[in-house]
Design a protein around this ligand. Structure first.
Ligand SMILES: O=P(O)(O)O[C@H]1O[C@H](CO)[C@@H](O)[C@H]1O
Ligand SMILES: O=c1cc[nH]c(=O)[nH]1
Length: 233
């Protein structure tokens, strides 16, 4: 048992899927995992372990934003020995050609969070995906005939920016989309020399103002989860 996770030491698998939304964790466990059991409901941040195609795998909600996500990732890595952390999240597109329902695999994550300037005394650190997981995810997507886009993303500390158009600067530099966790995830994975990858589904587009419906989100989230689960095998 750690501060925020009530699982016993051996109840969490080496590979874990990390949605922000704990109810998405439940949906993943109910839909894809066999013999899944709940190992955590402290603060309602649900965590499950089960099997997928015979392989033990866990799924844990992280909450929204870098601080919440780092609490769970830190405890999962240092107290439960988790080695492969795969975020499965939603994101807002910054580019006209990155459409709703598209899947984006984050190669690197810029941020406006103070996390790394604090850690590195004012200098920047470049949080990047595990090459091994990234390469495997691209192969899996190809085999499954699921189109994906890959590139840089932004992990923002705010969902509602004061100046809506401030996203344009990131867009000009080729950043594909915005979410709120990956930069923290890639940083903590680097610190502990474990593997991390973020697979995201575009839920809305800031340029065209398109949005997915709940049904559409479920359909495309399914493809993102399938890629993530195959990564565990
Ligand atoms: O869908 P999830 O994984 O929660 O991710 C995105 O959605 C939340 C904002 O609505 C933030 O956590 C953002 O990163
Ligand atoms: O626009 C969006 C959509 C999902 N997640 C975010 O952080 N922003």
């Amino acid at each position: 048992m750690s501060v925020h996770i009530e699982a016993k030491k051996d109840q969490i698998a080496e590979t874990i899927l990390l949605p922000g939304d704990p109810m998405r964790a439940k949906w993943i466990a109910d839909t894809f995992l066999k013999d899944a059991f709940l190992y955590n409901d402290v603060r309602g941040m649900l965590g499950f372990t089960g099997t997928y195609k015979g392989k033990r795998i866990s799924v844990q909600g992280t909450g929204m934003g870098i601080p919440s996500t780092l609490i769970y990732c830190h405890e999962l890595i240092t107290e439960y020995g988790v080695k492969n952390l795969i975020r499965v999240g939603s994101a807002g597109s910054y580019q006209k050609e990155v459409h709703i329902r598209d899947i984006v695999i984050a190669m690197a994550a810029s941020t406006n969070s103070g996390l790394n300037t604090i850690r590195f005394n004012g200098a920047d650190f470049a949080p990047t995906a595990s090459f091994e997981l990234f390469q495997k995810a691209i192969e899996i997507a190809k085999q499954k005939n699921i189109p994906v886009k890959a590139g840089g993303i932004l992990s923002s500390d705010e969902f509602y920016a004061d100046d809506f158009d401030s996203y344009q600067k990131w867009a000009d530099y080729g950043v594909l989309c915005v979410e709120m966790e990956t930069s923290g995830l890639y940083t903590i994975a680097a610190k502990h020399q474990v593997n991390a990858l973020s697979i995201l589904t575009i839920s809305d587009n800031l340029v065209t103002k398109e949005r997915t419906t709940a049904d559409e989100r479920e359909q495309t989230f399914r493809e993102m989860i399938e890629i993530a689960l195959e990564l565990a095998l």
